[in-house]
Design a protein around this ligand. Structure first.
Ligand code: M6R
Length: 608
């Protein structure tokens, strides 16, 4: 969850590291710190709070040196505080380490080190790494690193510098993301690509148990047995602008607005001149599909909500049962995955710990893994058998928006392709659906253009403590996404209910003025939804309806209506989610909150 950056070269390290950390703040932002070798010592500064606190301090009094490591934290062990911030160091402050992940056996290691007379300053798991390095250090930093990682259990990406080695930086990757960057006579390490884009586009994707040794201008990678590994240098052609705010108030706003382009790009990357979906690189042909006995979709958070829609589309189009599960539950439940299973993992970042664990476990059981992910070269992308990239462009805001809509489009494309292969749909249905999907970007643009109509609804909700989201069928999964968006960035308690369940208990929560966002985009369920809206309104709820523009009937049972352009039942959630994203954004902004960096959260959940 934390962000790591390291630099070794001829430039001043501190500025480059802080620049890089700024691009990684989405990974965690409760504290930040830096360690730079000044030529004579390690100078370490670290502060509770946003990166800006560290940046301000450096602006007043910079650290001069050409090698260093930095960290932006999302606390796992020990509350956010100066002392718990990274880098952590040994007793003489001659070795410093930054860490992303969890050292699972840290208590045991800490007890052992304490019994050897070491005094710990912080409550973190990471500090054991600094003391172990100290224990094993006999003049050769790489030797000490290998001995240290031999003692560690858990997930870790580490960056390590020493006071005695002014031309050396070491990094380790095990189950936590880490890349290396290569420049002219300089090298970098980082948790994610955006941190490096300003300085280099040549990156090395590290695999598990690999150690990067940067010495002078040279970068070498070794495996767990210390054998050199020949790594490919990949050129990243991302647009730097795409990773910047570009005039928007926050990344979430920018990413909501980018959805028409994002969806176009998801479609265009996979459609050929005849308008057919091309999945040549993915093994989903008739013979394979006939051998599959079960399809599982597994993901977390918003990606799970997209998976629910993927399941519905697959079942409807392919006519076979599909299950959808939350990764953190799936991995510990009896899941029946075997060598005849197709496991589809949905993950924007491609680094989510539980989703990655499901990948590894399912692979071991012989299943085929198809990843639907946004981040090229992410762990999930690299370890899956096949990858369907969503091509949404970088998503920085913690609240996922364009990842969600492009994930749904991707899953629908997979469903269409498989259904056609299996002979369950005909060419007419297939091409009709593709044509209708091509219309979605323009329809979303229409919703975005009408965003002012949502503003007064946000005004009515901003002071509320609770809000409920109702829906039936796929509108229920959309309600789950709408409530997740509102709660995570506005801190209003928001819950989604299957409208049919209301009378089984939850209607007791409705009182005068309770906001109930009621989604009624499914024609087959429309009348039933209208009845549910009537029921909550009769009990004093402030009802906001989201429905297609021809469904004027909703006006009779709601206080406010947000109309979306007409669309196929299966496709309307991709449009209807946009007003809910905008509503959450507006409420959070009106509450004066940091939209992109909601409290207690991080963009990439790389710990269990
Ligand atoms: O990177 P992933 O798609 O695997 O992330 C999964 C969830 O952590 C993520 O969707 C989360 O729920 C979002 N912050 C919600 O907006």
């Amino acid at each position: 969850m934390c962000g790591i950056v390291g630099y070794l070269g001829s430039k001043n390290a501190a500025g480059i590291i802080v620049d890089g950390l700024a691009k990684l703040e989405y990974r965690g932002y409760d504290s930040a710190g830096i360690a730079v070798n000044t030529g004579t010592e390690l100078e370490i500064r670290k502060f509770k709070g946003r990166l800006a606190v560290l940046a301000d301090d450096l602006e007043k009094n910079n650290i001069i040196g050409n090698v260093g490591i930095g960290h932006t934290r999302w606390a796992t062990h020990g509350e956010p505080s100066d002392v718990n911030s990274h880098p952590h160091f040994n007793k003489d402050k001659t070795l410093a380490v930054v860490h992303n992940g969890i050292i699972e056996n840290y208590l045991e290691l800490r007890e052992q080190l304490e019994s050897e007379g070491i005094e710990f300053k912080s409550k973190t798991d990471t500090e054991v790494v600094a003391h172990l390095l100290d224990k094993y250090y006999e003049g050769n930093l790489l030797d000490a690193v290998y001995k240290t990682i031999g003692d560690l259990k858990g997930a870790y990406a580490l960056g390590i510098v020493s006071a005695e080695h002014n031309d050396e930086l070491i990094a380790v990757r095990k189950d936590s993301p880490l890349i290396a960057g290569v420049g002219e006579g300089e090298a970098f390490i980082a948790s994610d690509i955006p941190a490096l884009l300003k300085y280099t586009r040549d990156v090395i994707y590290l695999d598990n148990d690999e150690v990067v040794h940067i010495k002078g201008g040279n970068l070498k990678v070794y495996d767990s047995q210390r054998n050199p590994v020949d790594k490919k240098i990949n050129h990243v052609d991302w647009d730097v602008e795409a990773a910047e705010k570009g005039g928007y108030s926050c990344f979430m706003e920018k990413e909501i607005f980018e959805q028409p382009e994002g969806i176009k790009s998801t479609l265009e990357r996979r459609l050929n001149e005849e308008g057919r979906i091309v999945l040549d690189d993915i093994n989903l042909d008739k013979e394979y599909l006939e051998s599959v006995n079960k399809i599982y979709i597994v993901a977390c958070g918003t990606a799970y909500n997209a998976g629910v829609l993927g399941k519905t589309a697959m079942q409807r189009m392919m006519g076979i049962p599909v299950t959808v599960d939350i990764a953190s539950e799936f991995r510990y439940n009896e899941n029946f995955v075997d060598d005849k299973s197709l496991v589809i993992l949905v993950s924007q970042s491609g680094e989510t710990a539980d989703t990655l664990a499901v990948l590894r476990d399912s692979k071991e059981k012989g299943a085929r893994i198809l990843a639907v992910t946004n981040v090229v070269g992410s762990s999930i992308a690299r370890e899956a058998d096949d990858v369907f990239y969503t091509w949404a462009g970088p998503e920085i805001a913690v609240a996922s928006t364009k990842a969600y809509t492009t994930q749904i489009v991707s899953l629908y494309m997979i469903a269409l392709n498989c259904a056609l292969e299996m002979g369950n749909i005909d060419d007419k249905y297939y091409f009709d659906m593709i044509e209708k999907m091509k219309e979605i970007p323009a329809k979303i643009q229409e919703v975005i253009n009408n965003k002012d109509s949502i503003e007064h609804i946000a005004d009515d909700i901003v002071k509320k403590e609770h809000a409920f989201f109702l829906g039936r069928g796929i509108d229920y999964s959309l309600a789950m996404e709408g409530s997740l968006k509102l709660k995570e960035i506005s801190y209003i308690h928001a819950e989604a209910f299957a409208a049919g369940e209301l009378k089984h208990g939850t209607i007791a929560l409705i009182e005068e003025g309770t906001p109930v966002i009621s989604i009624a985009t499914q024609q087959s369920m429309f009348d039933k939804m209208v009845s549910n809206m009537e029921e909550v309104r009769a009990r004093g709820a402030y009802v906001v309806a989201i429905s297609q523009s021809h469904n004027k009937e909703v006006e009779k049972v709601s206080n406010k209506v947000i109309y979306i352009p007409d669309s196929e039942d299966l496709l309307s959630p991709i449009i209807a989610v946009v007003p809910m994203q905008l509503l959450a954004l507006m409420v959070s902004t009106k509450r004066g909150l940091d939209v992109d960096k909601p409290r207690n959260l991080a963009k990439s959940v790389t710990v269990e």
